[in-house]
Design a protein around this ligand. Structure first.
Ligand code: 2IT
Length: 445
């Protein structure tokens, strides 16, 4: 396999799908050398088969808003690869959603899910619907209309959706309700469900908790610890919230968070009261952060900027793809950053990653760092299949084990000659090898 040739073909076939092409290029570049040591991969065209989704469903979603007006959105499900388990991955509701973004997310999900050690394939879906500013009734009607189309393509052993940006407990509840009504079965086909109908404890916090466990392991690997360190987070959705809770609990000082309006710098660090304030702000269907600075003197709001200009020990992007670019990385490095844990999917641009790796700064890629979310989704599936619920302690213990196992895989496959752990390379190779072996053994499909 030659990355340049394969990429040239993909660019011709899928012009303009920049996020998808970016995600594929990163993985192929990481695995090229290992891949070419395995003639059976080349003979079976594993790379060519892996980079194209198995199938994509697109559908229209008409619904009626509170004023009685008909609204129309687009819905998608990308079923990317199910070699090691049922298709699994979130649904994103955001105005930016398009096929390029869902294909990049579905592709990343294959390797992430493989890393969790659980049997889950890769998928992603969503809509260009924007839940921000919509009433509960509007969100419910949209979710019901969306599921009216999607339900035929999913099932507990075929494809198990969950949340992502814009899809939280409320949306999963409405989506699951409609699925249950149409399919007439309670098989728990979505994950991230409420606790009264099959949800798992710790699922809401899992992505952020897992990310902090992973970053702690990265630091431990380098004889270091999170306690007392300054950490910058971006965003303040479900993921950043979980990360802020756990990082604060282990004694780190979380000094930033952000929204579409700008970022907050709080030199004293977040605490329980401040986190609760942000939760209330978010519950009012708002993702702006400026009111934090009015409420907590000593903190400042910086309009229209991202938190990467603040000097920290650990940077953890938690918002969305390509939110940290080459210039941001250079700034972080100049300001003394020592670890980067990417929590958002593809949060760093290729230029940013290159800079971190060149500077020999341990950089954990999203597919490893944020895998705790889908891992607990996998445990939710297990609990649903067994028709029982595990305790908080049990789920948290398993989350710890899974994150440690992912960290160990990254070290095993990513340690370079000078001892630097290239976590991106390690995660990509470890995830790829599992899926590739399973494809080889199951024949040409
Ligand atoms: O990006 C992700 O891993 C998720 N949005 C969670 C997917 C899942 O199925 O829990």
């Amino acid at each position: 396999m030659k990355v340049q040739e394969l990429m040239a073909t993909l660019e011709r076939k899928h012009p303009g799908q920049s996020e998808y092409l970016q995600a594929v290029r990163e993985v192929l570049t990481s695995i090229e050398a290992v891949y070419n040591e395995h003639p059976e991969f080349e003979a079976l065209k594993i790379a060519e088969r892996l980079v194209e989704p198995d199938r994509i469903f697109t559908f229209k979603v008409p619904w009626v808003d509170d004023r009685g007006q008909v609204q129309l959105n687009l819905g998608y499900r990308v079923q990317f690869n199910n070699a090691i388990g049922p298709y699994k991955g979130g649904l994103r509701f955001h105005p930016s959603v398009n096929l390029s973004i869902l294909k990049f997310l579905g592709f990343e999900q294959i390797f992430k899910n493989a890393l969790t050690t659980l049997p889950m394939g890769g998928a992603k879906g969503g809509s260009d619907f924007n839940p921000k500013g919509k009433s509960d009734g509007e969100v419910m009607r949209f979710c019901q209309a969306f599921m009216t189309e999607l339900w035929r393509y999913i099932g507990p052993e075929t494809d198990v959706p969950a949340g992502d940006i814009g899809v939280g407990a409320r949306e999963v509840g409405y989506l699951y309700g409609m699925y249950r009504k149409l399919a007439r079965e309670n098989t728990g086909v979505l994950t991230g469900k409420g606790m009264t109908f099959g949800g798992s404890l710790i699922r809401p916090e899992a992505t952020g908790f897992g990310a902090v466990y992973f970053v702690s392991q990265m630091m431990q690997q380098h004889g270091d610890t999170l306690a007392g360190k300054r950490v910058s987070l971006s965003g303040f959705g479900n993921v950043a919230w979980g990360a802020a809770l756990k990082a604060t609990e282990v004694g780190a000082k979380v000094v930033t968070l952000s929204g579409p309006d700008g970022y907050i710098y709080d030199p004293d660090g977040l605490n329980a009261e401040k986190i609760d304030f942000m939760l209330e702000l978010r519950a009012s269907n708002n993702d702006i952060v400026a009111p934090y600075a009015e409420r907590f003197p000593g903190s400042t709001f910086v309009a229209g900027a991202r938190p990467w200009e603040v000097a920290v020990d650990v940077a953890m992007p938690c918002a969305t793809q390509n939110e940290l670019n080459g210039e941001d990385a250079a700034r972080l490095i100049a300001n003394g950053v020592r670890y980067v844990g990417e929590v958002s999917n593809m949060g760093c641009t290729p230029e940013a990653i290159d800079r971190f790796i060149e500077a020999r700064i341990p950089y954990g890629p999203g597919k490893a760092v944020n895998a705790g979310g889908v891992a607990i989704s996998g445990l939710e599936m297990t609990q649903n299949a067994m028709k029982l619920n595990w305790s908080r302690e049990e789920v948290d213990r398993r989350l710890h084990e899974i994150m440690s196992s992912i960290h160990a895989s990254c070290v095993r496959y990513g340690t370079e000659a000078d001892g630097y752990v290239n976590y991106m390379k390690g995660a990509n190779i470890a995830g790829f090898m599992k899926v590739a072996r399973s494809m080889v053994e199951q024949g040409i499909l």
